[in-house]
Design a protein around this ligand. Structure first.
Ligand code: UDP
Length: 325
């Protein structure tokens, strides 16, 4: 299949591009390299340097590459930043994303697969979370993702372009060649790994008084290659829907720290700090729908395996892709 990956120079986009190429698909990456890295674009993929704001360029790429499927990863992802600069999030994650949907629909793309997020659920009353549960985002980031899911629904009704929204829980881990390199880094696993490598003086735990088994937040970590598998399944299947993608297992912040200690064999300082505003105590996915309807079979649902892959990638790439500081 010919697949255009918008945001293929980013973390999940680069790992998914690699996975699609390994499975024999023809892939082109479209990326503005705002947060992504040129070195993260798989050398076997065609590369279009461009911004989703540029509708003429999008139309040109659609004509030049003629994709059957499009995967959209090219969004801003920082919850905290979205609370300070909501316009940045709505303009790109909704406005520019509409440019992509519009260009894809005009080019008669059969299906668009969209990176959505557990943040669409806000503060859930019940875990594990099912897709039908209330969607009340508590920040502009989550709202922007939910809005674009709704936009896609109208593109299906009006133009017949199918879509799958994949609501990731906590994406983590790495392949042998592609991994996580955000600037600034805000995610727990890469930060703990950097503390274990001595790149950071310590790791902070945000909140130790949650009503959880050890007082720290619980999250559902899902391996990036399992996410990649779901994108291909979504492209191969007919129909439109939204699916949760998580391992269904919850691990606390302290358990993540202990796992990094075990995998790395390193000791490092841990600081207990105030909770981060807007952090739900517990987020765990019910991914039954993705398993039954997409045929999703996660392969790496053990935290130690996930952390080990991230650790090994960082040992091979101590400065990440080395192009940003
Ligand atoms: N977290 C933490 N210290 C850090 C970064 C994150 O204690 O330096 C916590 C955070 O409060 C959350 C969990 O780790 O409970 C996962 O955070 P992350 O930012 O990786 O993902 P999120 O769940 O916010 O999408």
């Amino acid at each position: 299949m010919k697949i255009l990956v918008a945001g293929g120079a980013g973390y999940i986009g680069s790992c998914t591009t690699e996975y699609l190429l390994e499975k024999g698909h023809e892939v082109a990456v479209f990326d503005a390299l705002l947060n992504g890295h040129r070195a993260a674009v798989d050398s076997r993929a065609k590369f279009y340097y461009g911004n989703l704001a540029d509708t003429a360029e999008l139309n040109r790429v659609m004509k030049d590459f003629s994709p059957e499927g499009v995967i959209h990863f090219a969004a801003f992802i920082e919850v905290g930043e979205s609370m300070k600069d909501p316009g940045k999030y709505f303009a790109n994650n909704v406005g520019n994303a509409i440019n992509l949907a519009e260009a894809a629909a005009r080019a008669h793309v059969r299906k668009l697969v969209f990176s959505s997020t557990a943040a669409v659920y806000g503060m859930p009353d019940v875990v594990p979370i099912q897709e039908t549960m209330p969607k009340e985002p508590i920040n502009p980031y989550g709202r922007s993702k939910l809005m674009f899911e709704q936009v896609l629904d109208w593109y299906e009704r009006i133009y017949g372009m199918q879509y799958t929204a994949l609501r990731y829980f906590n994406a983590a881990g790495a392949t042998r060649i592609h991994g996580e390199d955000h600037h600034p880094e805000t995610h727990l696993i890469p930060l703990v790994i950097q503390a274990a490598m001595g790149v950071r003086p310590s790791i902070s735990i945000f909140g130790t008084d949650y009503k959880t088994m050890d007082g720290t937040c619980i999250r559902d970590y899902v391996h990036v290659l399992d996410l990649a598998q779901a994108h291909l399944l979504a492209l191969e299947k007919d129909g439109s829907a939204a699916f949760n993608l998580g391992s269904g297992k919850g691990y606390s912040v302290r358990q993540v720290i202990d796992t990094v200690r075990k995998v790395s064999g390193k000791e490092f300082a841990v600081k207990e700090e105030a909770p981060r505003p807007g952090d739900p105590a517990e987020l765990i996915a019910d991914s039954t729908m993705a398993k039954t309807r997409l045929g999703w079979k996660p392969q790496y649902d053990c935290l130690e395996t996930i952390v080990r892959s991230a650790w090994e990638w960082r040992q091979e790439h101590p400065n990440g892709y080395g192009d940003k500081s």
